[in-house]
Design a protein. Structure first.
Length: 69
């Protein structure tokens, strides 16, 4: 079961999420949901190998930093 949650974020926070989401090829909503699931140790059972790989990749989203020169 899942629920819909609407969040209001300031522009800086949203832009940080957007950069991370773009870096791993997911939407901001997917990144935030995966981050919350990881943070609160909620059980996420992947539907497929692709989804499992995506979840593992999202685990690196907070670690990856994009720097522009």
């Amino acid at each position: 079961m899942s629920q819909v949650l609407t969040l209001e974020l300031n522009d800086d926070v949203y832009m940080a999420f957007q950069q991370q989401a773009t870096a791993v090829g997911v939407s901001v909503a997917e990144l935030v949901a995966a981050s919350l699931n990881r943070k609160y140790s909620l059980s996420v059972s992947p539907q497929s190998d692709t989804e499992e790989a995506r979840q593992r990749l999202l685990g690196f989203a907070g670690v990856i930093t994009i720097s522009e020169h």
